[in-house]
Design a protein around this ligand. Structure first.
Ligand code: WT7
Length: 648
């Protein structure tokens, strides 16, 4: 990256227009229709969003104001009242009561089909259970669960009561749970005894137990029975879900909340400091998730839709829970790993449940390619009509494989760019309209006005790389970082005043298509998950043998980015063999952050390359990690000998 722009070399000219059969049945059928709506949303956002909000959502109290912008704080529909679970459940009961809402498959092979009416009743019972514990509107509930229906039920039960949920991905450690409990002042943790992953039982309740000592605000732990392994139950603090709800009613009136009531907090990594609690509110978020699901996945009444993400990430919030259910869609949910018992598991699920829309991540696609074409070819994938990807840029060759082997050249692919902060998809093709190019997320969705700028906030010429910013507020945008408005302003609004800074590089080509170039800050994208190098460094430094650590990304075939750690040792560390110490440090990072942050490589060194002012020059370490020659300026490097010794 030079001072002002990001160099971009990828050229792609294979273009795939939407198949005619798809186009003629799509919600949005023509580029003219897209242009008209996009321009309306850009030029008269209050008209566009006011209409959409009335059309797509049920309001208990109608709103009179659409948007209020108080740079950089925004409110949408601020005098309206609604309930998100009502919009996902109650309003479907009359017409879709018996329609499957969730088709769930556990990793061991057990399964459940839950109709909208059953889901409604379970959510009401769960909510009544929470009420018995005194959990109420304004409280925060941490949810740390496997991918079982009770996870969706817990989320919707919170929404029903106006309780703000904070879902933590089941791969995080006790320490990470405690940090998040404290940051959000969580009153209750909702968990399960365990979950299944690659044939093993993941001990979720044990992690929660270990976090609780350091979570003074937590009064209750609610436990769902899944794996039935032995766990310890505190007689006062802990409650079994099935016991708590054995005598409750299956009706629970929704708590109608203000549109700006916080629906959830979701923690994500930043380049500095502790994880950021991204705060999303009710009306705007739900509208973004509902509208984008309908048009980008072209949802129809008889679709069987499957998003393979975990509800612990934003993709699961928006495109497993809120978006599909608000649209009355049948959605597949799978508990386990894609390779259990082998890499054919996803294709077997597609075949057995007639999945028509399939949404997954590039990292999974790369793993499937590696596992070979025989597995998908063993299964009947003819039910599929639309494919999607999310999480990181997809390599054109992976896109082509997805198109040919999974989509059998019949299915459009929507490459969807967005973030935890944006709440819903921002840049993506409309499947019946936009010709796709492998590797491009193509065009902005309604209400999204991207710009590519240099360091000074000036637009760069077409074809040049730069920083991606969004220049107009949209309903599902984050409202702030929980408890830290200053960090919110600093992180997202200080780079280019008045415009939302995404932290991604991008370029726009001559057709106006966007190509996302990846993160530009010290944040890694490992298998589609954002990890902060700084947090991994802190975890390493907290080990007694480590003096200093610098973590950078390195190219990795399957994960996209791997984690490369450069470590200098305190005297004591040298007593262990380097292999022993490496494995100690690896489990140390896993226990501090979670298994997702395990280093791929650890290199011990006597010193790290630093500037004269003492800043670690990560740019040089990235070259070394990638096995490249050092590029760029090294004149500020204090000690040139350090680089030679690092290359070993
Ligand atoms: C970052 C956001 C939003 C759901 C998953 C991750 C990268 C996401 C794409 C895409 C290129 C992508 C960006 C973004 N990203 N989707 N289609 N093409 N890059 O959510 O953890 O908030 O990460 O993921 O770098 O900023 P997240």
């Amino acid at each position: 990256m030079t001072e002002t722009t990001i160099s971009s070399v990828l050229k792609e000219d294979r273009m795939f227009p939407p198949p005619e059969a798809f186009q003629s049945n799509a919600h949005i059928k023509s580029m003219a229709q897209y242009d008209k709506l996009w321009n309306l949303a850009k030029d008269q956002p209050e008209v566009f969003w006011g209409e959409q909000a009335k059309d797509l959502l049920d309001w208990h109290t109608p709103f009179s104001k659409v948007m209020e912008w108080n740079d950089p704080f925004v409110k949408w529909f601020s005098d309206g009242e609604l309930n998100a679970s009502y919009n996902c459940l109650d309003r479907h009961l009359e017409t879709r009561g018996n329609k499957p809402a969730i088709i769930w498959e556990g990793e061991p092979g057990d399964s459940r089909i839950i109709s909208y009416r059953e889901l409604y009743e379970e959510v009401c019972r769960f909510a009544n259970g929470l009420k018995k514990l005194g959990v109420q509107k304004g409280d925060v509930a941490t949810i740390y669960m496997p991918m079982i229906p009770e996870l969706t039920i817990a989320v919707l039960a919170c929404a029903r009561l106006g309780v703000t949920h904070s879902v933590i991905f089941g791969g995080f450690s006790a320490e990470a749970i405690a940090d998040r409990n404290n940051d959000a002042s969580a009153k209750i943790v909702i968990t399960a005894d365990g979950g299944y992953r690659r044939g093993k039982v993941i001990p979720l309740k044990d992690q929660v137990d270990a976090s609780i000592e350091h979570s003074p605000t937590v009064e209750h732990v609610l436990v769902c029975r899944r794996t039935r392994q032995d766990i310890t139950m505190d007689p006062i603090r802990d409650h079994w879900l099935h016991e708590l709800t054995s005598d409750v009613s299956s009706d629970c009136p929704p708590e109608f909340v203000n549109s700006e009531h916080p629906l959830f907090i979701l923690y994500t990594s930043g380049s500095t400091g502790k994880p950021k609690g991204i705060k999303h509110t009710t009306g705007g978020y739900l509208l973004g998730a509902t509208l984008s699901s309908r048009f980008i996945f072209d949802l129809k009444e008889d679709d069987i839709y499957w998003c393979t993400a975990d509800v612990g990430w934003i993709t699961g919030h928006s495109y497993i829970v809120y978006g599909p259910l608000a649209n009355g869609t049948t959605s597949v949910m799978y508990e386990g790993a894609p390779n259990h018992p082998d890499f054919g598991r996803f294709w077997s699920i597609v075949e057995r449940y007639d999945v028509s829309i399939f949404y997954t991540a590039p990292t999974a696609i790369r793993a499937f390619i590696k596992a070979g074409d025989e597995l998908p070819k063993k299964h009947d994938l003819s039910s599929l009509r639309l494919l999607g990807t999310v999480g990181e840029p997809i390599n054109p060759e992976a896109w082509m494989w997805y198109h040919e082997v999974i989509g059998q050249k019949r299915c459009p692919i929507v490459d969807t760019w967005w973030q935890t902060e944006t709440g819903s998809i921002m840049i993506a093709p409309l499947p019946g309209v936009t010709p796709t190019l492998p590797g491009s997320a193509t065009k902005p969705f309604f209400g999204v006005v991207p710009e590519i700028v240099d360091k000074k906030g000036q637009p760069v010429p077409d074809g040049h790389g730069g920083y991606l910013v969004l220049s107009q507020p949209w309903p599902s945008m984050l409202r702030t970082i929980h408890g830290d408005d200053d960090r919110f302003k600093e992180t997202y609004w200080s780079q280019v005043p008045g415009k939302y800074f995404t932290g991604d590089g991008a370029r726009q080509d001559e057709n106006g298509y966007y190509w996302i170039l990846g993160r530009i800050d010290d944040v890694l994208n490992v298998s589609g998950h954002r990890l902060s190098t700084m947090e991994i460094e802190s975890a390493l430094v907290s080990h007694p043998a480590v003096a200093e650590a610098a973590v950078v990304g390195m190219p990795h075939d399957l994960k996209g980015e791997g984690i490369f750690c450069f470590v200098t040792l305190e005297g004591a560390g040298s007593k262990l063999s380097s292999d022993e110490l490496k494995s100690q440090l690896t489990s140390h990072v896993a226990s501090h952050i979670g298994a997702i942050a395990k280093p791929d490589e650890i290199r011990f060194t006597d010193a790290l390359p630093k500037t004269r002012s003492g800043k670690i020059m990560r740019r040089l370490l990235r070259d070394i990690a990638a096995g490249r020659e050092t590029s760029g300026d090294t004149t500020t490097l204090e000690d040139h000998g350090v680089l030679d010794s690092l290359r070993q």
